[in-house]
Design a protein around this ligand. Sequence first.
Ligand SMILES: Nc1ncnc2c1ncn2[C@@H]1O[C@H](COP(=O)(O)OP(=O)(O)OP(=O)(O)O)[C@@H](O)[C@H]1O
Ligand SMILES: N[C@@H](CCO)C(=O)O
Length: 290
Amino acid sequence: MTLKIRVPATSANLGPGFDSLGIAVSSYLTVTVYGKAPKWKVDHKMGHAIPSDERNMIVATAIKTNPELEPQHIKVTSEIPLAHGLGSSSSALIAGVVMANEVGKMHLTNEQILQKAAEMEGHPDNVAPALYGDFVVSTMVDGDVSSIKLKFPDLTMVAYIPAYDLATADARNVLPAKFPFSEAVAAGSIGNVLVAALVAGDMKTAGKMIESDRYHETYREKLVPHLPILREIGHRTGAMATYLSGAGPTVMSFLPHDKVEEYIDLGKKAGLKDEYRILQIEREGVHVDR
Ligand SMILES: Nc1ncnc2c1ncn2[C@@H]1O[C@H](COP(=O)(O)OP(=O)(O)OP(=O)(O)O)[C@@H](O)[C@H]1O
Ligand SMILES: N[C@@H](CCO)C(=O)O
């Protein structure tokens, strides 16, 4: 019997929601499980750097979740670019935990799946919306994940996906090890107002808060010089907000639907000629076909 697991891409932070806020978006990782095999075999076209055996991240995650799991023959296809700020590693982690749960008949609850995936990733901002879909606000307190799923407004997104990779580890290395108390208070309160504005449907305030991050974007700007250019184009085209998606280099803009073409056009004229992907919010999250 074939099992199919589909996990959405995610976009974390939304500016001031560093390591906490994330949305699921309409690009997908799909894992097809064909059945038992003498040893783990992963069919994929993701390049030689991605292993095709038990060292593959999805398989390694499944084995870690359930060490008794029998080897399987699986196929992985993905629309999510690796190391680009669209949560590829989180989607792979959720796929691995869900595969272990399904194949190993573990009967894990969603809370347990999220806890395991967040422990492996180190923060819950991407794994939570990959699992639940839509918009998820989460945190880890003494290692325990708490998360709340909310409805994100129906907005059109344009992701500018530069051709170069930026590993999350490299983008975290430029962040300060310490942060003055007053800065932390200011940064946290901006995030609080963002969530409140989104819940209240106040898009003007939400947009202002998204673009007022103090945790990470300034430090990362040298790694993503296209961010201020696109933000400025966003201002000219009526964007609600533009932010660094996850650890970058992808930059996400929330735009009025009729301004998408103009935004892309101006971006290309500014010399930003890599991929523009129009995305919608994915409401459901991980989907399993048995
Ligand atoms: N489908 C997959 N199969 C195997 N390995 C994967 C898969 N997806 C991601 N990875 C591994 O995760 C790495 C990317 O993780 P990284 O945390 O650097 O970026 P990201 O998750 O794409 O971005 P961000 O966390 O900023 O949104 C890849 O280089 C690869 O090693
Ligand atoms: N919150 C994370 C997302 C990427 O894993 C970061 O910005 O580093």
